[in-house]
Design a protein around this ligand. Structure first.
Ligand SMILES: Nc1ncnc2c1ncn2[C@@H]1O[C@H](COP(=O)(O)OP(=O)(O)OP(=O)(O)O)[C@@H](O)[C@H]1O
Ligand SMILES: Nc1ncnc2c1ncn2[C@@H]1O[C@H](COP(=O)(O)OP(=O)(O)OP(=O)(O)O)[C@@H](O)[C@H]1O
Ligand SMILES: [Mg+2]
Ligand SMILES: [Mg+2]
Lengths: 228, 228
């Protein structure tokens, strides 16, 4: 599903260059649930953004389903992202002027193949994540963990084959976090979705098939948790 | 240090009213470390904002050090907040155009009694939280957990007698989170700072003297963890 080779990311800052990623190689197979863990600042969000085609590496290639996305232009990337990738951002990136329902319905309205009825699908997803009575709230009228769950619902809107989640439970209590994990496991069981989760939550990481350990921009360990 | 009686908060939304807090009573004594836990959406951030004088209750009173802040005007509140209260926001609220160093130095420059040399104090705090080489980064040039630590350093800048922290470790790995907890315990041991921490992190909550449980806008339990 995902093949990454020699991924480096250099971020110039004033006189310095920050080496956010220093040559990362990674293969993720279709239908796997992968955890990515590592210290704060180790490059997890940067790596996820590159895998998701939201950012380009300084060096290296990324292939999604065998297609090299590293040299694509913005239009091609936008199409791949809309059709194939659901992204849960570390700080949600919800549209502040839209309600929870409108935020989740938006990607469905943009999809080329409209498989779902936008508002109905948005309502179902938000209800399944515990927010049936917050549909008409805008992000500023929601708690931190409620915003996070709207961001999760939005990423699931088009039922993408690849789901990239950056700290999806950071603002959730144990029960809400367990409900999110259960929703992800159910999607994977039903649709074979490939799920990559960056997390500091050990409980969540322990449910992955494999956990990739990132330290200071390098992948230092690929830990298999479950027998194949 | 803090006396809260009958705190309610009603938030009008369209035709409805959201009852974020439904009559909360609470007493917090000087030098205590208090945890506030509860499900996502239960009213923790709303309560913390009212205690910190950033928001007014619909009903009820809040006294800080015996002074009723509920009917103060904005100027009086600003002065109390600058002199007495350090606030760590759930989403940091860093100033995007300032560097990490400038964000932390700012409250020191605003303090009426300048006890510290702003830049020196900011540098020390950021270094103690693991960010010695990120002083000149602006928030957008920092990882999620690095931004969180800048927000913590900023709240500690004037060494306030009362520290209010909303999910201070949500974006931190276990080691960075432990370093934050250690810094808070050290401050309390050295200065007798009163610390109120909203958290979903059970490890962090278990280190408090008492844990207050909030459910659906009500305080349902006041759990003493340590013998007085
Ligand atoms: N401006 C607003 N208008 C209407 N309702 C609001 C507004 N802000 C918050 N709420 C609602 O008030 C309730 C309490 O919100 P609050 O942010 O205090 O919860 P919380 O306990 O901090 O949750 P979390 O753990 O997810 O951060 C939530 O159900 C939320 O939807
Ligand atoms: N625009 C930028 N310019 C310079 N350095 C940056 C920029 N964005 C991020 N960095 C640096 O790159 C490194 C990797 O950041 P990244 O956000 O990927 O970390 P992370 O592993 O997601 O951390 P966290 O767990 O705290 O979210 C960090 O040290 C950060 O300071
Ligand atoms: Mg990150
Ligand atoms: Mg909150």
């Amino acid at each position: 599903m995902i093949h990454a080779a020699g991924i480096t990311k250099e971020l110039p800052l004033g006189q310095h260059v920050i080496h956010a990623l220093r040559g990362v190689d990674m293969d993720i197979y279709s239908g796997e649930m992968i955890g990515i863990v590592g210290p704060s600042g180790s490059g997890k969000s940067t790596l996820l953004g590159i895998i998701g085609g939201l950012d380009t590496p300084t060096q290296g290639i990324i292939e999604i389903d065998g297609v090299n996305i590293t040299r694509m232009n913005e239009d091609q990337l936008t199409e791949i992202r809309n059709e194939k990738i659901g992204f849960i951002f570390q700080f949600f990136n919800l549209i502040p002027t839209l309600t929870a329902l409108e935020n989740v319905a938006l990607p469905i309205q943009f999809a080329r193949k409209t498989r779902y009825q936008p508002e109905k699908r948005a309502r179902e997803l938000l209800t399944s994540l515990g927010l049936p009575d917050r549909l008409n709230h805008r992000p500023a009228e929601l708690s931190g963990g409620q915003q996070q769950r709207v961001a999760i619902a939005r990423a699931l809107a088009n039922n993408p084959p690849l789901l990239l989640a950056d700290e999806p439970t950071g603002n959730l209590d144990t029960e809400s976090g367990a409900a999110v994990l259960q929703a992800l496991e159910q999607i994977r069981a039903e649709f074979g979705t490939t799920i990559v989760i960056v997390t500091h939550d050990r409980e969540l990481a322990s449910r992955a098939d494999r956990v990739l350990h990132l330290v200071d921009g390098r992948m230092v360990e690929d830990e298999k948790l479950k027998p194949e």
